[in-house]
Design a protein around this ligand. Structure first.
Ligand code: SF4
Length: 202
């Protein structure tokens, strides 16, 4: 086992056994969901797992995942290959529960972000991927300090020697994609993914 594998195994163990949000009373039964594929030259970062992901233990295995994998297929990346080769994680790792207003799942709280983000930063440091796909506004805000999807999707960013490609979150994308200019932004983002995979970056 090399040193990176050793570090990763240690981190994965810490994440899997983490109960910090339970101790703070915000998530009653935390069950981290992520897919620590190693070695990986690509990483995907979403917001937080949903209820289906909690049940299957697989990131993006619900309805949003079907949309995400349809997009990726357009970019030439099949789900099976993607799952086998890409480290998939999220800004926070446990299902936060329902939105108190009853409209879908709630976003991670500030406190949960503060507790969980050190894991994400460590994952990026250890995996040190060539390409990072950021799925949704929260990932975009946390990792690139960009507040609006329109300012990120359809562009690539170079930071810390990695290429960062923002995508909208598939669960909330349908309204955003009602606008032609946003559909073009998504198309451009998918074309960057396709170019990078064609260039042998995976
Ligand atoms: S969301 Fe993150 S910090 Fe909170 S319990 Fe799960 S792994 Fe731990």
């Amino acid at each position: 086992m090399n040193q990176t594998e050793d570090l990763l195994l240690g981190l994965v163990g810490k994440i899997r056994s983490c109960r910090k949000c339970q101790e703070k009373g915000s998530i009653p039964n935390p069950q981290p969901v992520f897919s620590p594929v190693y070695p990986s030259t690509w990483m995907l970062i979403g917001q937080a797992p949903g209820k289906v992901e909690l049940e299957t233990g697989l990131p993006f295995s619900g309805r949003a995942g079907r949309t995400l994998f349809r997009w990726l297929k357009e970019a030439g990346y099949e789900e099976k290959e993607f799952r086998a080769s890409v480290y998939m994680t999220s800004v926070t790792k446990c299902y936060p529960g329902k939105n108190p207003r009853g409209e879908g799942d709630r976003s991670p709280s500030k406190e949960e972000l503060a507790l969980c983000l050190p894991f994400l930063f460590k994952e990026i440091e250890i995996i040190s991927p060539k390409v990072i796909l950021l799925v949704g506004k929260l990932a975009l805000k946390i990792l690139l300090k960009i507040e609006k999807l329109e300012e990120g999707v359809g562009r690539t960013f170079k930071k810390e020697g990695m290429i960062w490609i923002p995508l909208p979150h598939p669960s909330g994308a349908s309204r955003w994609l009602n606008f032609e200019e946003n559909r073009l932004r998504l198309k451009r983002a998918l074309s960057y993914i396709e170019e990078l995979t064609d260039a042998g970056n995976r």
